[in-house]
Write a protein that binds this ligand. Structure first.
Ligand code: TTP
Ligand code: MG
Length: 389
């Protein structure tokens, strides 16, 4: 029997399966069924840098995103190691998002390979499931890629559901099933609850999402602060956050969390270069120029520091942006171990009409005075926000 959704919202979350690796396999069909690892050059096990992602075949050997590429090589030396081709992924992402946005009353892209749709105007969950089926068929038929979809009464349930039966999964969690669906899952499944918060929760006897519902709210607030109230609501399946239509790109960012804290400066800088390369591709696709570069570094004690620099002229020259990122990283890295490194390009100037590149505005690539030496505007030791950051 199909249950009508009534006044309840119906939210869909779609996430592509092993996205970069799937695009590579589509481009090179001979890779089908093989372990494919996209990331830094493994250099016979001596390579620096990390795994961006890998095919599900490679995951069977224990390889995963953010793992040191040298470790991936040792786990699965016969894998096909591929360097990333960001323009391909960004094009595929655009095409995927174009398909997805056709189906929802509201559409929100949240990363290169995932988006939410608000399907609340549909009659019931069954109808939403049919829409999900059509989306999957179109993405597969037109783009040769698979995705996993979760449908639920709110964003968090939908997101957790999309991850449940990967790859090529479809999971529908109705409103009345949401609390029971969440209850047995580990708290880390809630987006924003990381290792540190999960450990603090474990200390007070909370391991599963259902434990949050029965916990003493005062004790919970001692660990989570005000977020405790939100998290208990989420654990009950109550999540009112709307699918928010973006009003254009304001910033682009990427970060890498190392599986093992990284202390080699060359490795850290080479990861930063890759992040910059990827973000420049996004700027190109968005026809945008960047004015502010921010590097974020999180240390093993979870203290997080950022440094920003505002450039004199907006640019998307990789040379300038990479050099600025490296310069900022130099101010933050002190030879110690690093847990996460991230890069953000903000204060974007989105170009309209015929203007295509920097040289339309400023002749020649940026010179030494491209950057504003007074632009370093923050060294803000952030407190770890832990929850729902
Ligand atoms: P994810 O959706 O997290 O991963 P995925 O699509 O590869 O695999 P899954 O089937 O589990 O969803 O990330 C999307 C892409 O973002 C991924 O293909 C590569 C990139 N990425 C990185 O470059 N580094 C990372 O640490 C992660 C997690 C992703
Ligand atoms: Mg994905």
């Amino acid at each position: 029997m199909v249950t009508g959704a009534g006044n309840c919202r119906i939210i869909l979350h779609a996430d592509m399966d092993s996205f970069y690796a799937a695009v590579e396999t589509r481009e090179h069909p001979e890779l089908e069924g093989m372990p494919v690892v996209v990331g830094a050059d493994p250099m016979d096990g001596r390579g620096r840098g990390v795994v961006s992602t890998c095919s599900y075949e490679a995951r069977k050997f224990g390889v995963h995103s953010a793992m040191a590429i040298s470790r991936a090589y040792h786990l699965c030396p016969h894998a096909v190691f591929v360097r990333p081709h960001f323009p391909l992924y960004i094009r595929a992402s655009r095409e995927i998002m174009e398909i997805l946005r056709e189906y929802g009353d509201r559409f929100e892209q949240v990363s290169i390979d995932e988006a939410y749709l608000d399907l609340s105007s549909l009659d019931d969950w069954h109808e939403a499931g049919r829409v999900a089926g059509r989306i999957k068929e179109r993405i597969r038929g037109q783009l040769g890629l698979t995705c996993s979809i979760g449908i639920g009464p709110g964003k968090i349930v939908a997101k957790i559901a999309s991850d449940l039966r990967k790859p090529n999964g479809l999971t529908i969690v109705k409103l009345e099933e949401a609390e029971g669906f969440l209850a047995p899952l580990p708290v880390e499944k809630i987006p924003g609850i990381g290792i540190k918060t999960a450990a603090a929760l474990r200390n007070i006897g909370i391991e599963r999402i259902g434990d949050l519902v029965s916990a003493d709210i005062q004790v919970l607030m001692g660990v989570l602060g005000k977020a405790a109230v939100d998290l208990v609501a989420i654990a009950r399946g109550i999540d009112e956050r709307e699918v928010e239509e973006g009003d254009g790109v304001k910033s682009v960012s990427r970060e890498t969390t190392f599986e093992r804290d990284e202390e080699d400066t060359d490795t850290l800088l080479s990861v930063l270069d890759e992040l910059a390369e990827e973000l420049v591709c996004e700027l190109e696709e968005d026809r945008a120029l960047c004015r502010t570069v921010t590097v974020r570094v999180r240390f093993p004690d979870f203290s997080t520091h950022t440094r920003s620099k505002t450039l004199l002229h907006p640019t998307r020259e990789i040379r300038i942006l990479s050099a600025t990122a490296r310069e900022l990283a130099g101010l933050l890295l002190q030879g110690g171990r690093v847990r996460l490194i991230g890069l953000r390009f903000s204060s974007l100037l989105v170009l309209g009409g015929d203007q295509r590149c920097l040289s339309d505005f400023y002749p020649g690539p940026g010179s030494a005075d491209e950057t504003d030496p007074k632009g370093v505007d923050s060294d803000r030791p952030d407190r770890d926000q832990g929850v729902l950051e």
